[in-house]
Design a protein around this ligand. Structure first.
Ligand SMILES: [Zn+2]
Length: 293
């Protein structure tokens, strides 16, 4: 990719993965705390970010612009650049998996489900309105890893959002269109029997991907099934349950997580946990728009 550091980081990870043939299998976090529940406390305000925010400064240093199926020019804000007062973010530009397929078949818009239009904290940035607000369905993408949540995540100071959120190509309640999530790599569907709103895909190298909020009663896969890269898994939907087991629909979106063996430096043992998939998804989407996937 663009930065040599990415290659170095990916190479180091490959070494770590190669050195660890026995991958921890059990995902460390329970089902219930995930989802898009806004944090009960005031969002942290001591975030290090502060320069450009919002839609004014898309980052795209490619001379050749990439357009999606609708002709919209793809752009994205830098990794770790969250909406103001929405959380500390996590600046990790590593492309953990440079060969995966993008997890949605159609165009997608990465942005906040909680701090934008239709979210419970939209008023923090003056974004009051419904989830189908057109600007929710436009570029640039914005990172939401380590957005404020009352949940533990080792990458996020004081806890936070342990994945990123993807809106589908259209706002489903208005369009009525189905948008499919697909397997990002060859692998196996695991743990579906005990899962209410999460589909897990584990690959041969031990990477675990989690897809949340799909239409669980119309999945295209079954527990234990072997799937191939690009195979349909399920439709983007709003399935979610609270800790009491009650169905509480979230916004229509895919919450996407990626677990890796991660070591912050060469002297620390790796942990198997969610890492920021933002730049991995930017890379996969650019390849998709170029027709390489
Ligand atoms: Zn999410």
């Amino acid at each position: 990719m663009r930065c040599p550091e990415h290659l170095i980081a990916a190479g180091a990870l490959a070494l770590i993965l190669a050195a660890c043939e026995e991958q921890p299998m059990a995902p460390p976090s329970p089902e219930e705390p995930a989802g898009e529940t806004p944090p009960p406390e005031e969002p942290a305000s001591d975030e290090p970010e502060g320069e450009e925010h919002g839609a004014e400064e898309p980052e795209d240093d490619d001379a050749d612009y990439l357009a999606d199926q609708e002709g919209r020019i793809f752009s994205y804000l830098p990794v770790g650049d969250l909406l103001p007062d929405s959380g500390p973010g996590n600046v990790d530009a590593t492309i953990y998996q440079p060969d995966i397929a993008f997890p949605l078949e159609d165009a997608a818009f990465l942005n906040s489900q909680v701090y934008r239009y239709g979210g419970g904290q939209g008023s923090v940035n003056g974004m009051e309105g419904g989830q189908c607000e057109p600007s929710n369905y436009d570029y640039p993408w914005q990172d939401t890893f380590c957005e404020s949540r009352a949940r533990q995540q080792i990458m996020c100071p004081d806890g936070g959002h342990e994945g990123v959120d993807l809106r589908a190509a259209s706002c489903i309640p208005e369009s009525g269109v189905s948008h499919w999530a697909v397997a990002v790599d060859d692998g196996r569907i695991v743990g579906l029997a005990e899962s209410k709103y999460t589909v897990k895909l584990q690959t041969a190298d031990g990477t675990l991907y989690r897809y949340l909020h799909l239409k669980m009663d119309e999945l295209a896969v079954s527990d234990g099934e072997t799937v191939v890269k690009g195979q349909r898994i399920g439709k983007v939907w709003n399935d979610f349950f609270n800790a009491s087991g009650e169905r509480v629909p979230t916004t229509y979106h895919l919450h996407f997580e990626m677990y890796q063996n991660y070591a912050p430096d060469e002297t620390t043992d790796p942990v198997f946990d969610q890492v920021n998939p933002y730049m991995t998804l930017v890379n996969a989407y650019e390849r998709k728009l170029r027709g390489e996937e």
